[in-house]
Write a protein that binds this ligand. Sequence first.
Ligand code: UD1
Length: 434
Amino acid sequence: MSLSTDSAAPGGDVFRVVGGARLVGEVRVPAAKNSVLKLMAAALLAPGRTTLTGAPDIDDLDVMASLLTSLGCEVTRDRDAATVAIDVPEEIGHRADYDLVRRIRASTAVLGPLVARTGSADLALPGGDAIGSRGIDMHIDALTALGAQCSSDHGYLHAHAPEGLRGARIAFDFPSVGATENAVLAAVLARGVTTVTNAAREPEIADLCQMLVSMGAQIDGIGSATLTIRGVERLSPTVHATVPDRIVAGTWAVAALMTRGDITIRNADATHLSLVLTKLSSAGADITVLEDGFRVVGRGQPTAVEVVTLPYPGFPTDLQPMMIALNSVSDGAAMVTENIYESRFRFVNELTRLGADIRTDGHHAFVRGQTRLSAAPVEATDIRAGAGLVLAGLVADGVTHVYGAHHIDRGYAGFAEILQSLGADVTRVSEVAP
Ligand code: UD1
């Protein structure tokens, strides 16, 4: 059975999107959700106060804060200053309960730190979610290679390394982001040298490694597919500025092109979106790279572009829904291939309710562009699908209601307010009665 990680989130709100606006203005990208949650877990590795700056204003941080609190930490979040401070005691717990793990996938990142610090971890198995099955076998293999004994019962993974972890060679079949993170988080305190080959190269992994280095870890090959980690006895707390959210930045870039608008995206790293910006440029966007971001201008109807999602530096799976939305209003037809998550095309049925012409076959979606979409009520099934549907609503005739606004909130703080500041008529309303 597949479990939605969002099932416990409060629901009820709807994004009311009036189609037709051209988005013009400036946005500032917050720190990456996909990084900051893992960095919070990394704080467990060092007793004392670790502070993360530039934290995004999203509720998932509260869930991770609750998990760290349940392990004995004190977490202070200052939403105005965009900081999270984590006070880690000398002695920490080792159990991550199902109640919290089921709500955010990123909670699995405590596995490595808990085994490294306490020699033991009991982690609720996360199950699948709305976008796919999301196994953790590679996380377990990495911990096992480092000397932990792993077993599972009653929905929990138990990892034990009473004598401590020891360096090992870890070779991944697939460059999993989560498994690479757990391998690194465990290896930094292991005895001896660990090499991780076919490691994930996402900018969020480099961000994690850089934070760990600032805590005293010894890691070579940061940003490459081979990481060499020399274990140290102890790490120290740190202050770290989280990498900007490339998925949020990419979402605004697609929005500019789709609405034939002009958006300057600040606090963004164009090198993290190299392939995405190349694709958008082929689709007709006029892109200027700036010192602290980039500007995207859309003129006329975009051209459909082929997309194949792959591990970084390939095209990010998290921007796939936005590209399907883009292709659905482009000139021509194109294939979008999803290689990371098998259920990521679920939202396509919602997009076809807006008049999009999309045929899916396994992990391929063939999209024929239309000159217009037509507003309708639709349902967001996950964060990125929700953002893609809002973008589609912006170019549909009439008023689109996107249900399941809480999904979108998990990845985009103040989404409606930012869209309004760019000239769109988008509001958040309570669920419209049937
Ligand atoms: C994935 C994305 C990441 C994105 C994040 C949030 C990739 C490669 N990873 O990271 O860029 O920021 O979602 O949306 O695009 N898998 C297993 N066993 C494991 C680990 C993974 O089967 O032990 C499978 C997953 O089910 C999935 C694929 O490998 O099909 C990608 O996994 P992974 O990179 O670990 O996922 P996330 O860390 O969630």
